[in-house]
Design a protein around this ligand. Sequence first.
Ligand code: DGJ
Length: 745
Amino acid sequence: MIRYENGSFLLSTPNTSYVMQVNRDGYLGHLYYGKRLDRPLVQDFLRSEEIPSPSVKPGEKVSFLDNFPFEYPASGVGDFRENCLEISDSEQVFGFEPLYKGYIIKKGKPALKDLPASFGHDCETLIITLEDNVRGVELDLGYCVFNDCDMITRWNVVKNLSEKDIYLEKALTLCMDMELEGFSVIRETGVWAREHQAFFTQIQPGVVATESSRGESGHEAAPFIGLVSSNATNETGEAYGFSFVWSGSFLGKVWTNSFGLSRLVMGVNPNNFRWKLKAGDEFTMPEVIMTYSSEGLGKMSRNFHDFIREHIIRSVWKDRQRPVLVNNWEATYLDFDDKKLIEILRTASKAGLDMLVIDDGWFRESKVEPEGGLGDWVPVKSKFPDGFTPVVEEAKKLNIKLGLWFEPEMISIDSDLYRAHPEYALSFPGRVPALCRNQLMLDFSNPDVLDTIYEKIATQIRESHFSYIKWDMNRPICDAYSRYLPADQQGEIFFRHVLGVYKIQEKLLMEFPELLIENCSSGGARFDCGMLYYSPQIWTSDDMDPVERLSICEGTELIYPVSTMGAHVCKNQNDISGRLVSFDTRGLMAIAGTFGYELDISKLSEEDLKKMPAQIRLRRELDKLINRGEYYRLSSFDRRGYRIPGSIAKSYDCMEIVSRDGSEAAVWYMKPLYEPDSRGSRIKLKGLVCSADYDVTVITDADSYFNPDTALLNKRAISGEELMNAGLCLPVIHGDYTGVLILIR
Ligand code: DGJ
């Protein structure tokens, strides 16, 4: 719901409100974001009468603007905090002063030009127009308020109404001026194989920031920033979350001054960004989705999950059972050929798998090094003398679908495409460009490059009927010089690169609407709402060790639904951690995700092979619950650096997914290290129906799901009231790295 009354805008979702007001001088101020309000605010939260030093009277511009809670601050006219918009003209920054002009409210949500964005019908859009007449520039601040969930989204359109070209030096989407005493900032950071590690930093005067300048959202930082009150737990306290619908460089920052006023900003990273806005043109900034919860971090996560499922993911696969697949990467790395794939296919058929994904290496000569072939995208003769035909025919016979790996943004120097078009690669004139995995970045600002790469991918899909592609991206952008763009548009490369990725994925989905895309970036380096608009699942991490996954998954689940998280059963011993974990535990833990196998199934022991059909069946039976259920974090495994301000981290990890009607739930529990002479954990479940009776089965292997007599615990008729209030007493679980799945029905 959106209301406008006496210069105030009140935006309300079922449980939250957001309030703005225009002050007497025409500045748009931010008053409130938090628990829902049903009456307009009456106090002066703009603090118009306060006189911050060194001013001598209220409203004196410099000190006043430096403390005014701006809805959208710009540079150079008296607010010295982080600003959102910087405009230059002929190399000079002249300042920008956006003053209120008017507003419109409309039903529904407009699409954003060339950008992924949330969508929906049960929502309203508010556009507030600000203008700077001196510059001849107008700014439309866009807000969409959703009625079915606690989410408000924001984006902006800058319009150059002047007669000369201008440059956007900085264009951040969101600003939120707030008073956040005692709050902490949540950021997600990490590295390859340790993505999405959440950290909490208490707010003090100064800056807490999260950012990527790599051209992708990156391992080091996820495009998310959150705030939690000092007492927050998973169920209590206040939490705010801001997630960027963008897959490139970004900035999220909380800047607090000595008066205790905090400014949170989020948007495209100004590093390597400069956009030429020609006279008469407009520029749309990517969307930020934001939510508030007065019921702790858990509700914040559930708000994100619901919204992402209903209003970000478009794929026809969203609610369908996704294929249970085997991917040959960790099975073979680059050393495979058609015969090896046929061997895997035959085992896959016996085990009941749906799909084989052919990973990196099918187009390269090398069996060892990732070098050559990127950009050509044709099966290499030495591994596929008859192309994909023998594999395609065998798969057809066995009724198994096929998927194929691409890294479309890259080019190898050893490729026909590079030999024909060296100008397709980004590189500074006169400097040898930096290689990473022996590869260069393609210039995605060049439409010919996009068309060429599109055709190469589409040809393989058309010829061999691939129903899935894994779109990988394994290096950051540097040497960002385009032979296609003119000199004064070189600052657009990073932004245009991401637009190019979106454009190809959109075109693929137009030509192949049934295509399942799984995005990936060296594991989970580009896991964001932008990519989810094109693919309902993203590869979470190359680290599939169930113990390592605990923190990777917890961090990812803080924002994204479990149904979006690529998860496979890894080999024993795990290649990254060297850890030995039973096939049963690896299987049960990977079920909390899209599920598949990433090991040489043709070499599995008889014993493990026999377990596969039950694991696959169990994943299929839980599919609806995992895809549509509600997520509750019951316990966080104690690890370095991670502490929700009001909670204690424990010696075990526990996560629950419960159906919306509370009739069934699945709970994943793992205590990585056995503690001698310890007691069984007592866990309190969530989301059940108090008066209902439940059967509880605790299993250490998938087979026990179908033969409950072999389960670790099998109890009948425990009330929801008991399970939620008194808890469930688990038996002591012996051994290290053992996980159990608890089924409540
Ligand atoms: C990185 C991905 O995360 C892996 O799954 C695999 O596809 C490799 N790239 C292939 O080079």
